[in-house]
Design a protein around this ligand. Sequence first.
Ligand code: GEK
Length: 238
Amino acid sequence: MHDTLFAKPGAPEAFRFDERVAEVFPDMLRRSVPGYGMMLDGIRLIARRHVRTGSRVYDLGCSLGAASQAVAEGAASPEFELIGVDNSAAMIRRCQQRHAKLRPAPEWQCADIRETAIENASLVMLNLTLQFIPREQRDRLIAAIAAGLRPDGVLLLSEKIRFDDPDAGEEMTELHHDFKRAHGYSDMEIAAKREALENILIPESMLAHRQRLRNAGFGHVQNWFQCFNFVSFLAWKS
Ligand code: GEK
């Protein structure tokens, strides 16, 4: 379904992952996140290399389960547990319907990822989710993920980022807006969505992400993807 959520004039409400967003979500991400399809392609390949038999894979902030689906398609064997967590009931209900045939059958949990116990994980994904967690709670979440990963496990972290160089930041923001315009969003829709996400989606710099990951014990932090102001890291302990 086509995303026209911000096409109507008037003051936008604060952004919420409710029924209306869930309904248009695939179209919204495709037209708003440069390289989203490439991120999912990367997840398929990362799953093939890293998902281990008998382990768990967590998709934290799974929305409609696109990353979980990529893992199920990419993994070399279905002998693992796939757990998708999101605190939006509208998203989780749709996951249950959309992915009824996926193998392994994911366990969809409507819960807060800050409360999720991570155990025996070969892969944990925060695909565009950490940016919605209050900044002061991010260290704790990343530390819990590090503790729940197996020694050979990997964390995939995709985020919208901010830039320390204001000129670079402006250039990347303009290119992001050009991307949205090229996909049919009007200037009014772009401005209204930006306002609705103010103080809800809080981007940090690449350096801030790297430092947090290092502090949590990730000895290796590699950004494997970037398009304008969207980045994806792969992090592992040793
Ligand atoms: C994808 N990963 O398509 N607990 C649980 N879920 C949360 C929380 C929280 N505290 N905060 C936010 N969410 C997906 C895309 S979208 C990204 C992720 C975006 C959930 C929220 O309900 C939403 O579904 C998701 O995180 C972020 O690969 O919309 O830009």
